[in-house]
Design a protein around this ligand. Structure first.
Ligand code: SF4
Length: 462
């Protein structure tokens, strides 16, 4: 078995190559700008995944994909095959600027969001690949805070002003074991100036940041006003040209968008081939992955929607799940995992056995992360589950459970601790009691989060 130095591991991660819990196996992460996959890319991925033992790939909350269970010496050839169709792993892991998250809501500024993402990928992200950073650096762009703008190192929000479109810039957010809500910089920038501003922020991070600490700790220790002063000193080329290039993703008039849940957040070879054929027939050749690990199909002609759903159902992708479930690969595949995220199945079995609950919980979100790295973003779900070590009983697999998180614009955004610790064995029953309690206290057709926020306010919290 090959051993690597810490430096080599860091270099491999920057190329998107991670060692798994099984030391002889690795996974490869591919970044997908805009979360987009073409039919050719889907066919190529299917042929690559077909040769792996697992026969499937995983979706991530940064609109990237991971192929697990690879022998180290097979990775160069796989990367070459994928690069030939425009799929790249460089910068998808380690201390790098990660894939920019772009959240699609289809509102009036969706085209602006897409254009800026493309522009930043070609400018800021491309340049950053040469830089060594203290830690990873995450950027999100969206029409609203549903894009998680407050929980990235930088979040970008478009606003219409008299002089034209401007971008608000939030800095220093992040989830993980110490969540921080990003703070607003006292500036609104034109699209053409965003790239140079991000470069300035990144330079301050490189010069002043501490190795292995995210930007959130730097912003917190300096305070946002002083951090902004430092950025201003570095920001040498403000007032660039506006980003005028139109969206590359023209929408067909009166077409529809279909969003598809992906059970287990993974796609098999058969599903990938089917999606490639669906993209060719129904969607101008593209599919998109969302940060919620769903598939988004655009430009569907209304008269073709039924046929599309029939095609998807042949590979078990058309049925909406009552629970919006996001789970990370967990202990089975990830070296850091503290619990096996396949425990999802035992939770579902318990809920299904209790029909008085199962038949009423449509739309509830459960996010399950194998450890406090929070790759499944448990803090912003109706119910968040995070693998932990219970110091009193370290040998017993345990989790913490939060309730009431969400990105719908209402505060507070982060879920609050419901119980800590809960053993994995007791978890299905614990979740059942959370849902029963919600159904008992719910008013009218309130969602889980609406009930939680109402009760939060009734307790005198704001
Ligand atoms: S949350 Fe933890 S266990 Fe899950 S993928 Fe991230 S690092 Fe691995």
């Amino acid at each position: 078995m090959t051993e690597f130095s810490a430096q080599e591991i860091g270099a491999l991660r920057r190329q998107g190559i991670y060692r798994q819990r099984q030391k002889s196996e690795f996974f490869l992460r591919i970044r997908l700008p805009l979360g987009r996959l073409t039919s050719l890319q889907l066919d190529t991925l299917a042929s690559v995944v077909d040769k792996t033992e697992r026969g499937q790939l995983e979706l991530t909350t940064r609109q990237s994909i991971q192929i697990h269970g690879l022998a180290f010496d097979t990775i160069p050839k796989i990367r070459h095959t994928l690069e030939e169709v425009g799929l790249f792993s460089l910068g998808s892991g380690g201390k790098a600027v990660r894939n920019i998250v772009t959240f699609y809501e289809g509102g009036p500024l969706a085209g602006e969001v897409e254009s800026l993402t493309r522009h930043l990928n070609e400018t800021f992200v491309a340049k950053s690949l040469q830089l060594t950073l203290p830690h990873k650096f995450k950027v999100a762009i969206g029409e609203s805070h549903r894009a998680g703008l407050l929980f990235n190192d930088v979040g970008l929000l478009p606003v219409q002003r008299e002089g034209g479109l401007r971008w608000q810039v939030f800095v220093g957010g992040g989830l993980g074991s110490k969540p921080h809500v990003a703070q607003l910089l006292p500036v609104e920038v034109r699209g053409g100036d965003v790239s140079s501003l991000l470069e300035a922020i990144l330079h301050v991070f490189i010069m002043k940041g501490t190795l292995n600490q995210r930007l959130k700790f730097l912003v917190q220790s300096f305070g946002v006003e002083h951090f902004w002063e430092l950025v201003r000193e570095e920001w040498t080329v403000p007032f660039g040209d506006p980003v005028t290039s139109p969206s590359s993703l023209e929408t067909i008039a009166s077409s529809e968008t279909v969003i598809v849940d992906v059970p287990d957040s993974s796609l098999t070879t058969v599903q990938l081939y089917k999606l490639a054929s669906i993209a060719r027939r129904f969607t101008q050749g593209n599919i998109f992955l969302t940060p919620n690990r769903q598939i988004l199909l655009r430009d569907i002609l209304p008269e073709e929607k039924e046929a599309l759903l029939a095609e998807l159902s042949t590979v078990e992708l058309a049925s909406p799940e009552p629970i919006r479930w996001i789970s990370c690969p967990g202990q089975a595949l990830c070296a850091r995992g503290l619990v096996d995220t396949q425990l999802r199945q035992s939770i579902l079995n318990t809920l299904r056995e209790h029909r008085h609950v199962w038949e009423k919980i449509e739309g509830i979100s459960i996010h399950l992360s194998g450890c406090s790295s929070s790759c499944a973003r448990p803090q912003i779900a109706d119910i968040g589950i995070t693998g932990i070590i219970d110091k009193q009983n370290p040998a017993i697999p345990s989790v913490s459970v939060t309730i009431g998180g969400g990105l719908d614009g209402e505060w507070p955004v982060l879920g609050e601790i419901w119980r800590f610790p809960v053993t994995v064995e007791a978890l299905p029953t614990a979740l059942l009691s959370i849902m029963e309690n919600w159904l008992e206290t719910r008013e009218g057709q309130e969602t889980f989060r609406e009930t939680h926020l109402r009760r939060h306010r009734e307790r005198g919290n704001h």
